[in-house]
Ligand binder design. Structure first.
Ligand code: OOG
Ligand code: NI
Length: 275
């Protein structure tokens, strides 16, 4: 699939869409820039359903057209997800984490809700890289449908109302001069009045697994469900990652499934298990 879009254009458009949904990301970004930092993105992440015309295999060609290459797959049994990590064509561009929900593993009612959403997608939309920040490609679901999904999969519920866009950008902590550790950066983020995802601890991973990660709790905004009911829902979050060199002295490039498993929870609408 030929892409007319440069990497710079792709990520500039993706960032604009993301910050419109995620004002906290602009606040954090701008506060660090005001401190004299240059922000480098470690990675961005996308979510999708393995149904209809937006399966991981349908979206991946846009990444490949931009010069990305597959690094390794990941599986999240409990969350019913599979994912791939991708390497950028140039070191100054972010890695990509692309996941999809294994819809077959949901109940029949939840699958029926998702089938109804993906059936509304105009397949022509998938041909353009702009689909990666197209948002919802279907009408808003009802509050009841959203809750049916949330009971089985927070990921499914989130995707049903937020659609395709960057789920998060991630600041590379390695490049920060004033807050070069996760702990110091988290203090800075909290000083802006923002909350951290504590599921699995404030800092997930370690130097032993060559990757430390933290994230905010997703921003929230009012959303109008089908039928007109308005509720405050989680949108997107910001992540922070610090990578360590491996035995050969090369910076680790992959993701860490056990940490990712908890980072997904940054968008949970039901927070009781996220302690
Ligand atoms: C992705 C969660 C995993 C990481 O860096 O391990 C992740 C998501 O919330 O969709 O971002
Ligand atoms: Ni991430």
């Amino acid at each position: 699939m030929p892409s007319e879009m440069s990497l710079e254009q792709f990520f500039a458009r993706l960032w604009d869409d993301y910050t419109a949904m995620t004002p906290q990301a602009s606040r954090i970004h701008d506060a660090l820039v005001a401190d004299g930092e240059t922000i480098v993105n470690d990675h961005v992440a996308f979510r999708t359903f393995d149904r209809g015309p937006i399966r991981l295999a349908d979206l991946e060609p846009h990444l490949l057209a931009l010069g990305y290459t597959r690094l390794e797959p990941y599986d999240f049994e409990a969350k019913k997800l599979r994912a791939w990590g991708y390497l950028p064509p140039r070191d100054d561009q972010p890695r990509v984490f692309l996941s999809e929900l294994k819809c077959d593993e949901l109940s029949a009612p939840a699958q029926a809700i998702i089938d109804d959403l993906v059936a509304q997608i105009d397949p022509a939309r998938i041909a353009s890289p702009e689909v990666m920040w197209a948002g919802r490609l279907w009408e808003a679901p009802s509050w009841e449908a959203y809750n049916t999904l949330a009971e089985e999969s927070e990921y499914a519920a989130w995707l049903s109302i937020i659609g395709l866009r960057a789920n998060h950008f991630t600041i590379s902590v390695n490049q920060l001069r004033h807050t070069p550790t996760l702990a110091s950066l988290l203090e800075k983020v909290e000083s802006l009045g923002l909350s951290i995802n504590t599921s699995g601890g404030r800092i997930k991973g370690s130097s032993e697994v060559l990757l430390e990660q933290s994230s905010t709790l997703a921003d929230r905004m009012p959303f109008t469900f089908a039928g007109g009911r308005v509720e405050e829902i989680p949108t997107c979050y910001y992540e922070f990652a610090r990578r360590y060199p491996d035995a050969e002295g090369r910076l680790y490039q992959g993701f860490v499934a056990a940490s990712a498993d908890r980072i997904f929870e940054s968008t949970d609408v039901r927070r009781e298990h996220a302690v």
